[in-house]
Design a protein around this ligand. Structure first.
Ligand code: DGL
Length: 271
């Protein structure tokens, strides 16, 4: 069981930011990454639709024998975490790690003026998942902003340039004006846009990405459950899949994660 892969999934490329941190912290683990490219983007879709799609991908990963599921997508976490915990963790003994709680915890630790901004997809903002995650923290002011165009820029490989800058300015200026000192990148695609986001938010605003804290949770869960891979003889295996077209997904996955992304294969998922 300990050599089974960690299953990591997102609607597309964003989860690679989480995969990067997991690989950095746990370099001996086998990884099976899936981008649900047949259904990307999740952000504009109704919560019930995202839930169904996310559970279909996780069913497939579970049937391929992963030892842990990492929902490397805020939108899927907001839509499907409760069901996933029941279906995989309780019923099948596969631990589920998500991205919202880790980012919320890190933001609370980082803020000095108790004003935290959250940028995310429309579905994540509408779900209120971050509000719920931060509800118990006293005297915290929250400013939320949906950034519907950001995912499409990342999925097209556009991370710089005037068009992106203009769109980013329209999303981020009101957030900056509200005086937040900490900004949660509440979508796993957004760390790939930190160039433009930090340019507009300035040095005094701390950007919080869930990637690193989520990888810490993966580390903690594997350690506690005695599931760390013990084989140090064989190098780890990294497998990458897309559920839809791989034309742009494969080269961009290689650009964002580097040469460890070898061949990208098609994964059939029945929705
Ligand atoms: N990366 C996903 C997230 O963290 C969303 C991308 C999408 O809209 O598909 O929310």
């Amino acid at each position: 069981m300990d050599s089974a892969p960690i299953g990591i999934f997102d609607s597309g490329l964003g989860g690679l930011t989480v995969a990067r941190s997991v690989i950095d912290k746990l370099p001996h683990e086998n990884i099976m990454y899936v981008g649900d490219t047949a259904n990307t983007p999740y952000g504009p879709k109704p919560v019930a639709t995202v839930r169904k799609m996310a559970l279909s991908v996780m069913d497939e990963l579970a049937s391929r024998g992963v030892k842990m599921l990492v929902i490397a997508c805020n939108t899927a976490t907001a839509a499907a975490l409760r069901d996933a915990r029941e279906r995989y963790e309780v019923d099948a003994g596969i631990p589920v790690v998500e991205v919202i709680q880790p980012a919320a915890r890190k933001a609370v630790a980082a803020t000095r003026n108790r004003k935290v901004g959250i940028i995310a997809t429309e579905a994540t903002v509408l779900s209120g998942a971050y509000r719920d995650a931060l509800a118990a923290v006293p005297d915290l002011e929250i400013v939320q902003q949906a950034c519907p165009e950001f995912v499409s820029f990342v999925e097209r490989g556009i991370t710089t340039g005037p068009e992106l800058l203009e769109v980013a300015r329209s999303y981020l200026e009101p957030v900056k004006a509200s005086g937040v000192d900490t900004l949660i990148l509440g979508c796993t695609h957004y760390p790939l846009l930190t160039g433009v986001i930090s340019y507009l938010m300035g040095d005094n605003v701390t950007l919080v990405s869930s990637a690193e804290s989520t990888a810490n949770d993966v580390y903690a869960q594997l350690t506690k459950r005695d599931l760390l891979r013990t084989d140090r003889e064989q190098p780890p295996k990294y497998e990458f899949f897309g559920t839809g077209s791989l034309d742009s997904f494969a080269p961009l996955a290689r650009r964002f994660l580097g040469p460890i992304v070898g061949e990208v294969e098609r994964m059939e998922v029945t929705n």
